[in-house]
Design a protein around this ligand. Structure first.
Ligand code: ADP
Length: 460
């Protein structure tokens, strides 16, 4: 087993990894930027090293800065967490070249899945269903995009070949729209990923985002731990996730799970990963991408399967075979995760500042992953995700009730959070009935504010 693991990340996931390492008897090294001097992950790790200034490009995204910390502090493994360098093939390769274990898949699998048109081609060949879209390596010229648009029929979704985080994505409902939006999406992709390569995909209306958790070892053995429904999104970014998907059936799970496992096995993938699908109202499903890392929402799968995914990722990286078989995977109850963002619930704009009073909810089936503490200053430089509340109960109804109680109990003062938005979602009849698609939050946000008496207790 590893002796010393460096966490190339910050915030909630850094703390999550420290906890898993403690249980495994592995020492941890935290890295931090000057803006994170007082961060909780720095205090919790066995050792901590400053890797640069606040700007992520010069610290959490700097491969030389992180590799010099790895070598100076003698780490024998690196966990990238999610975001930052977690899906950067060069980083995984830099670790390998320095004889340091990268807790994640091989560099070539990260690169393969990071090139979305290529991933689509491989999935198609493997018999995993994909949506009609651009063929080959993608499109860089407007005239090729217009040809694809005419062939596919509108609406189409313009996507960045190197995409992530919903960046470079635009829905085009007509040829005129495509002419206007293609250059905009391309410019956004250039700014975010340094790539002009785009692809078009048929836009699926009223679909659900249903993703499968994959665990695969180095002996080409893969299994899935069921699905998560992540349809509740804002600007193509997830806000609330749950397991199981409310409309899942054992038959559909078996079919989708088989496709997800095939997606991993066909390339010889190892470690944890997520195969994302869109599930259409007619029950058909289509591969959209594979994320080659632990996801923000991994906790809901952990709650319903009783599997520690961070521990699994570390054990697999250390060469261990899978600790369970597909038929041993059982699902217990329902779990929902609420992403708590430091943001103004009305405008959705970030709300950094000093946390004046922090009380996290607790009790049976209530799990909070956070890096907050009283007096902590939420920095402006990074993703505004400050906590994840995960509830688990015997069924979805009970989980919703548990979530309401926990969100009411949650106190975070000094900054604004989206907790009021979560409470409004939980009051929504369509949500309660499990009737929603990826458009749900768009519609929801246009609804009028609830009457004052219906407004729930102040949570922030
Ligand atoms: P990213 O990597 O930027 O997150 P994804 O391909 O994972 O991009 O898509 C993000 C979200 O965008 C999906 O969860 C879904 O809500 C929406 N989406 C993606 N592709 C389609 C599509 N073809 N039709 C409808 N919605 C889509």
């Amino acid at each position: 087993m590893f002796k010393k693991l460096l966490i190339a990340n910050r915030g909630t996931i850094a703390i999550r990894i420290i906890r898993a390492c403690r249980e495994l008897g592995i020492k941890t090294i935290a890295v931090y930027s000057t803006a994170d001097r007082d961060a909780l992950h720095v205090q919790m790790a066995d050792e901590a090293v400053c890797i640069g200034p606040a700007a992520a490009e010069d610290s959490y995204l700097s491969i030389p800065a992180i590799m010099s910390a790895v070598l100076t502090y003698g780490a024998d493994a690196v966990h990238p967490g999610y975001g930052f360098l977690s899906e950067n093939g060069d980083f995984a390769e830099a670790c390998r070249r320095s004889n340091v274990n990268f807790v994640g898949p091989r560099a070539r699998h990260i690169r393969l899945m990071g090139d979305k048109p290529r991933a689509r081609r491989i999935m198609k060949r493997a018999g995993v269903p994909i949506l009609p879209g651009s063929e080959g390596t993608g499109v860089t010229e407007l005239r090729d995009a217009l040809n694809d648009g005419a062939r596919l029929g509108y609406p189409v979704l313009i996507k960045a070949a190197a995409g992530g985080g919903g960046k470079g994505m635009r829905i085009a409902t007509s040829e005129a729209d495509l002419r206007k939006l293609f250059p905009l999406a391309q410019a956004e992709s250039m700014a975010a990923f340094g790539s002009r390569t785009m692809y078009l995909e048929k836009y699926l209306q009223e679909a659900r985002h249903v993703e499968f958790q994959i665990v695969a070892d180095n002996n080409r053995k893969a299994l899935h731990l069921g699905e998560r429904d992540c349809s509740l999104q804002r600007r193509h970014q997830k806000v609330l996730e749950e397991a199981p998907c409310p409309v899942m059936t054992p038959r559909l799970r078996a079919r989708m799970g088989k496709a997800a496992v095939r997606a991993a096995e066909v390339v010889g993938y190892a470690n944890v990963g997520t195969v994302e699908f869109l599930l259409a109202p007619d029950g058909e499903f289509y591969f959209i991408e594979m994320n080659t890392r632990i996801q923000v929402e991994h906790g809901v799968t952990e709650m319903v399967t009783g599997t520690d995914l961070v521990r699994e990722s570390i054990l697999i990286a250390a060469g261990a075979p899978l600790s369970l078989r597909q038929r041993e995977v059982e699902f217990d109850g329902a779990a929902i995760e609420f992403r708590v963002y430091a943001e103004d619930p009305e405008t959705g704009l970030p709300s950094p500042g000093i946390v004046a009073n922090h009380h996290a909810p607790g009790g049976l089936g209530v799990r909070v992953e956070t890096a907050l503490y009283d007096g902590y200053r939420v920095p402006v430089h990074y993703d505004p995700l400050i906590a994840k509340l995960i509830v688990h109960a015997s069924d979805r109804r009970a989980a919703i009730n548990r979530a309401k109680a926990a969100l009411h109990e949650y106190v975070i003062q000094g900054i604004k959070t989206n907790i009021p938005l979560h409470l409004r979602i939980l009051e929504d009849e369509d949500f309660v009935q499990g009737r929603f698609s990826t458009n749900f939050l768009k519609r929801f946000e246009r609804r009028p504010e609830p009457a004052p008496e219906a407004r729930l207790a102040k949570a922030s």
